[in-house]
Design a protein around this ligand. Structure first.
Ligand code: 13P
Length: 248
């Protein structure tokens, strides 16, 4: 039985004051749900948000990490820095990081390995561009991204990992993949994981959908057999919109 996981990815939004206001609006209502709720907030807000969610069901996530333990990497954040604040999840390989910050399948894999080694739970993002979809390359792309991200990851670590399927053309565009299409790709990712590992792992791993998820489409998406939650961008920035998804 896979427990659904709804994660808000705030991206580069919210000052600390704004973050605290949103968390205060969210926290009491989130206690009424059985799904796992995570908010992935900017690095600058992690400490404050950590204190504000104490005693609630909301879990804390970051949006990126570096794959080294520390050293001369100006501007980067290490896993230990996040763990010290009390971060539990970390988004790795979001398409915006691949697209604007040149992250590759190789660095995504290094980050996944380091996160697991340190005890952070990776939310690993995969997904095709519109061009790739139109060229019928969706399966090929998500297979390559999934296999590369998981290269060298041992079976016993797989329980810590969440995969997020986010078709890039559906991010922030208001266009969602139809729930059936999203389920087909996610079922395929599950098959890829089955061939890398085994039935038990592929049936246990949680795979989210992300891309223009809103309260109005959340229940249809979440009702699909292979979809175990959502990675939410825009609609996670406002309490009512995010709670509408959490209570799908
Ligand atoms: P939107 O929900 O704004 O489309 O963003 C999805 C996303 O990129 C979450 O990581």
């Amino acid at each position: 039985m896979r427990i659904p996981i709804i994660a808000g990815n705030w991206k580069m939004n919210k000052t600390n004051n704004e973050a605290l206001q949103l968390v205060n609006e969210l926290k009491t209502h989130v206690n009424e749900t059985d799904v796992e709720v995570v908010i992935c907030v900017p690095f600058t807000a992690l400490s404050e948000v950590r204190k504000a969610i104490e005693g609630t069901k909301i879990k804390l996530g970051a949006q990126n990490i570096h794959w080294e333990d520390g050293g001369a990497y100006t501007g980067e954040i290490s896993p230990d820095m996040l763990l010290n604040i009390g971060v539990e999840y970390v988004i790795i390989g979001h398409s915006e990081r691949r697209q604007y910050f040149h992250e590759s399948d190789e660095t995504v894999n290094l980050k996944v390995k380091k996160a697991l080694e340190k005890g952070l739970k990776p939310i690993v993002c995969v997904g095709e561009t519109l061009e790739e979809r139109e060229a019928n390359k969706t399966f090929e792309v998500v297979k390559r991204q999934t296999e590369k991200a998981l290269q060298g990851i041992k079976e016993e670590s797989m329980e810590q990992i969440v995969i997020a399927y986010e078709p890039i053309w559906a991010i922030g565009t208001g266009k969602t993949a139809s729930s059936g299409d999203a389920n087909t790709v996610i079922a395929y990712i599950r098959e890829v994981i089955q061939s890398l590992y085994n039935d038990t792992i592929s049936e246990m791993i949680r795979i989210q959908y992300g891309g223009s998820v809103k309260a109005s489409n959340a229940s249809e998406i979440m009702n699909e057999a292979d979809i175990d939650g959502a990675l939410v961008g825009g609609a996670s920035l406002e309490a009512e919109a995010f709670l509408g998804i959490v209570h799908f």
